[in-house]
Design a protein around this ligand. Sequence first.
Ligand code: T4K
Length: 412
Amino acid sequence: MTDTLIGSASQRKLAILGGEPAFKSALHVGRPNIGDRQQFMEYANRIFDNRWLTNCGPFASQFEQELSEFLGVKHCMAICNATIALEIVIRALGLTGEVIVPSFTFIATAHSLQWLGVTPVFCDIDPQTHNLDPEGVEQLITPRTTGIIGVHVWGRPCAVDALQQIARARNLKLMFDAAHAFGCTHAGKMIGGFGDAEVFSFHATKCFNTCEGGAITTDDDAVAARVRLMRNFGFAGYDDVTCVGTNGKMSEVSAAMGLTNLQSLDEFICANYRNYRKYQQEIGDIPGLSLIHYDESERGNYQYMVVEVDPQITGLHRDGLIKVLHAENVLARRYFWPGCHRMEPYRSHFPNASLTLPRTEEVAERIMVLPTGSSITEQDIETICDILRAAIANASEVHQRVAGHGSFLKPL
Ligand code: T4K
């Protein structure tokens, strides 16, 4: 609950125009959801009593067991974060040469390949789903291509079936970056069991978190065996290293956080869903703004409240609206602007990538992500939407002011 509300924007001056900010303290997009503290403290005491802090301890094993059951997948390996998890899967699947990925994703998807000396080849997206376009994928396959990484952006499953068909027909490995998709389904089946392997993120900012953490899931015994070795330096037993490996283990404290939060997952998703419905209701009548749609016939986690801005109608560019919100202490984000292809080292490697990624650029230019999660109230959402309404109603005055407004979106 926030108690920082000081008035509705319709009754007062916008902060960007000289008024007081609507919120005294910041509203964040990625405010962590935290489950039963008492339960977590009990687990923490047991961890200290055990004097077993990491290296696949009892909490990590129980966490993996509960995750496998929840996801309906044969193998689940808890990992220290999703970036290392992606790297481990890339190695475990033997990906080399070129791998096709979207550019409209968090930079970790591309970096995990580049880090291992594999070239990410950026493919354009479907502007409706914001996910990888399978036709585009087919066109990018070369003799050097060894795999595809699909990303379930915002937790909306990418074109899983079409990608599986392409991978099968062209003898490519297929993995999914499911960082956003914990608790979501595709065709009624939990994300986690598709492709050769999937990777979840349990970072603090995700709907379900272990502070830092992630997981690799697969139904393939051989892939699971390689992943287990690789996340523990390649150790097959004391003093016996059988392959190259890294340190990808999840600590006991993170696993305890995961076990605690798993008990409250339904609550977290309910809060997100309530917020989604409220945003839908409020944004529905704001001209030029549209909230992305989640398919309610599937299970979703509703963790990203993503709004597309049409500047022809609003009279304000997305960046102007974000400046307005930041002035009010609403720290909206513009994920995944400007697209991986416009960040280093990819910008230098592929200076002409923009030409082949028009839809990525278009979507990245009009998206803003608004605060949600269990710390956001319906009243907060009303105020946020009042601010947006007022900004659009006063677009020309706001436009003049934001043009001269200082920089924003500096790392906090
Ligand atoms: N693949 C995809 C598709 C991903 O989206 C991600 C991560 C990954 C792979 C890699 O997963 P991990 O290796 O991280 O497990 C944030 C998260 O750090 C990142 O995990 C996430 N995606 C990405 C979409 O968002 P930033 O750079 O925006 O984080 P930051 O520090 O600006 O935090 C976001 C907001 O959350 C801020 O307003 C502050 C607030 N916050 C953050 C933390 C950490 C809190 O209120 N409390 C907190 O504890 O990347």
